[in-house]
Ligand binder design. Structure first.
Ligand code: AMP
Length: 195
């Protein structure tokens, strides 16, 4: 089973992708995590994307599709949960083509729906918690970058809802409940995805 998690920044995709991966024995593929790892390890690509990410803009399709292609080639899994990928229609087309080439398919794209007003509070709250605990704060978890991240989402990623709906792959869950309620809904949604 292969599943895409859709939703704006702050919807809880990372947390939920990890829980769902553990519950279903799948592998979480987060392009955001891969890009942050590239930045932290100081690779040439990591250095190139660091500023773009900190500003809250999307990095190029070519870079993220390359990262996903590499992971699909080198990871054996019982299914993938794509977290933060695809973020553009071109990335979605590339993902479907890559899966097809590997004899696989996408079973569902699940959108975590949240109120716009909750997003800013959640993200700034995440930064505040990290700061209070003495942990590193994401370079893009500030008000200015967040504005750009939301604008990028609206312009480039939100159209994917329609894209997957047209392919009969879209499901939605309410992302305004507790973490465990949302996790339960996602488990249910992935049950019916393969039925
Ligand atoms: P995330 O951890 O998913 O919130 O991603 C953090 C940042 O990494 C984004 O704001 C983008 O700058 C970059 N990024 C992550 N995934 C993608 C993607 N699929 N396409 C373009 N940029 C991405």
């Amino acid at each position: 089973m292969n599943v895409v998690l859709l939703g704006p920044p702050g919807a809880g995709k990372g947390t939920q992708a990890e829980m769902l991966a553990n519950a279903r024995g799948m592998v979480q593929l987060s392009t955001g995590d891969m890009l942050r790892a590239a930045k932290d390890s100081g690779t040439e690509m990591g250095q190139r994307v660091a500023e773009v990410m900190a500003r809250g803009e999307l990095v190029t399709d070519e870079i993220v599709v390359g990262l996903i292609e590499e992971k699909l080639k080198t990871t054996k899994a019982n299914g993938f949960i794509f977290d933060g990928f695809p973020r553009t229609v071109a990335q979605a087309d590339a993902l479907l083509a890559l899966l097809d080439r590997n004899g696989q398919r996408l079973d569902a794209a699940i959108e975590i729906q949240v109120d716009d007003a909750a997003l800013v509070a959640r993200i700034l709250g995440r930064a505040e918690q990290a700061r209070a605990a003495g942990k590193p704060v994401r370079a893009d978890d500030n008000e200015e970058s967040l504005k750009l991240r939301l604008a990028e989402y609206t312009a480039k990623t939100a159209p994917l809802t329609r894209y997957f709906q047209d392919k009969g792959l879209l499901k939605t869950v309410n992302g305004m409940g507790s973490i465990s309620d949302i996790a339960a809904d996602l488990l249910q949604a992935t049950k019916t995805a393969v039925a």
